[in-house]
Design a protein around this ligand. Structure first.
Ligand code: CU
Length: 148
């Protein structure tokens, strides 16, 4: 007989679950949005800005020397700081699997350089200040050169 009093709580429960069913999509959407923002920010960080502040390039006999390793995974290190008005020599050390990473483009300084497997070198003049990107010819791997 007391079981007859159960239906009213059931209807209350129904009301609760209806409310839950409208808030659950909002929570899910919120989580998806947060996930999306985190993903966008982290992918921007990966593709764009340098991972760590670069030390100033060493200057030897009037030339600034920077060195990097080229492999299938890209340029390492991939950000550099140099001084304006002093020629920069870029020493490269490439693995045979580096593929198109062995083509270096620095459009702001008119560089489009295919580099040899093993050791190679090229020079450019940083004649303006700013942060300039360099990429492989397919723009999949990249880095930056900051001129101060
Ligand atoms: Cu590439």
């Amino acid at each position: 007989m007391g079981k007859r009093k159960l239906p009213p709580p059931n209807t209350v429960k129904k009301g609760r679950s209806e409310r839950a069913s409208t808030t659950t999509p909002l929570i899910v959407m919120g989580i998806v949005m947060i996930g999306l923002v985190v993903w966008i920010v982290s992918s921007l960080a990966r593709s764009g800005s340098p991972p760590a502040p670069a030390a100033l390039a060493q200057e030897l006999n009037g030339v600034q020397v920077i060195s990097m390793n080229l492999s299938a995974s890209g340029y390492s290190p991939n950000n550099f700081t140099v001084k304006k008005g002093i020629p920069v020599r870029v020493n490269t050390n490439s693995t045979s699997d580096a593929g198109c990473v062995r083509g270096i483009m620095i459009p702001d300084f008119a560089i489009n350089k295919p580099v040899d497997i093993g050791q190679d070198t090229f020079t450019f003049m940083p004649d303006k200040t700013g942060t300039f990107p360099f990429t492989c010819q397919m723009k999949m791997s990249s880095g930056t050169i900051k001129v101060i």
